[in-house]
Design a protein around this ligand. Sequence first.
Ligand SMILES: [Ca+2]
Ligand SMILES: [Ca+2]
Length: 340
Amino acid sequence: MIKGKKVLGKKVGRIILISIILSVAVLALFFGSLLKSKVVATTYTPNYTLKYTALGDSITSGIGVGSQDNYVYKFSNYINLDLGVTANTVNQGIPYWTSALILVSMNDGQYRNNIANANILTLYIGFNDFQLARTQYVNNETCPGSGSPEQCLINAVNTFNSNYDQIIAQIKSLNSSRNTAFTVATIYYHLVAQDLASGKFTIINKYLNQMNNHIVQTAVANNLPVTDIHNAFNGPNGDQDPVAAGYLIWPGYLHPTPLGHTVIANLLRSTGYGNVNNILTCLSTLPDVNNDHMVNSTDLGQVAGHFGLRGVSIYDIDHNGYVNSMDIQQVASKYGQSCK
Ligand SMILES: [Ca+2]
Ligand SMILES: [Ca+2]
């Protein structure tokens, strides 16, 4: 009987405690606006996970250099440094990938998710479209259409431009948040010196320019910043040799050296982070406990649910060591506010 009374007593105690917590929460909820003037302005640490997804080919995957030498790794470090938030980075660079194969990848669920969930997104594709067509032209191969070697370059540009439009449209459809920092990049010309010497540069460069112009025009039409890797590697006239500059690695001089990757990472950094900065600034003003970028009854309930507990820093909004009514007041004072 005594044991039964103790259990009953504990249950009653628990019910009373929960009732008190809920009462405080409800009061705070309804009178939050009245409490605003009493709550000291606080800067909150956003419970925020930032995801960076890099789409591309073997240049993006970092073939030929160490895992910490590729531009994705370096840019990811810049994100951590500049934004003060650790980036969860996904390198989706796939060797041999062309614009057509990016479109194939977009049928893959994980690939799509990595685009849809990204806060920072970079797209560097088209080098293989270009260099395969260049090789065909230099080797005097024939291609569907007129059958001339130049037709290989013409076909590659037409295919690339069409694919690029579809890639951008799909990415924008999968990730339509205006707060995503999405950057595209132009393509470098790797064998400038070789093609200048053989007299084939002018023709080849004409078609590369058409591809790069299409990238820029598509970016402008979609309000996206452009990382102009072509300009950095080949100069304003497109005839500077990136091999001589130490930007491309032997054999083949297809892929960037660590120095070339640093140039790309620095360019990406200089394009900024779009609205990601604004979101982080906004979130630092909100006690958004569950990281859905808004303050509502979920946040209030989670803080109230940890009432009286110590060592739960997420819910101890004012960092005084335990979860108390002041934390509930902090949440209530920002009730209904959001960062979207
Ligand atoms: Ca929330
Ligand atoms: Ca507290």
